[in-house]
Design a protein around this ligand. Structure first.
Ligand SMILES: [Zn+2]
Ligand SMILES: [Zn+2]
Length: 143
């Protein structure tokens, strides 16, 4: 059974006390103007934090994508291809088979950003093998 007195009553969003049902600020879910100020400030801070978070996130995403155009990566990528002989390390096909070669992170960058420029974390895969691998993430296909 519902008690008619507390049926629609809510707690103040700031101090958590039960708001008087006829309170002037009840529709804002606060008990007093002091609490309204507090809650507004908190809401504003939260909204600001959210904007900053979104910004940081998109900045990280851009950096993440830009990595593949960075001179450091392109140099390392070339070194890996030379070291591993321009050949897929899984199926052994190479340039003469006109396959597209990818230099792949064995431990994915998303999980191991510290290994993104570590040549020991790289393997050369053809497009076919790399595609097959991406579903089974962080698999080492080197012989
Ligand atoms: Zn309050
Ligand atoms: Zn292959």
């Amino acid at each position: 059974m519902n008690c008619p007195d507390t049926n629609d009553q809510k707690n103040c969003r700031n101090c958590d006390i039960l708001i008087p049902i006829d309170g002037a600020l009840a529709f804002l879910e606060v008990c007093s103007s002091e609490c309204l100020t507090m809650v507004s400030e908190k809401d504003r801070a939260k909204a600001t934090a959210r904007v900053i978070e979104e910004y940081e996130k998109s900045r990280r995403e851009i950096q993440y994508k830009q990595f593949y155009q960075s001179p450091r990566w392109l140099t390392l990528r070339w070194q890996a291809l030379q070291k591993f002989g321009f050949r897929c390390m899984a199926c052994r096909r190479g340039r003469e088979d006109s396959v597209i070669l990818h230099v792949d992170h064995i431990k994915p960058r998303s999980k191991h950003p510290e290994l993104e420029l570590d040549i020991n974390n790289l393997q050369v895969l053809c497009a076919d093998c790399n595609l097959g691998k991406s579903n089974r993430s962080d698999e080492d296909l080197r012989p």
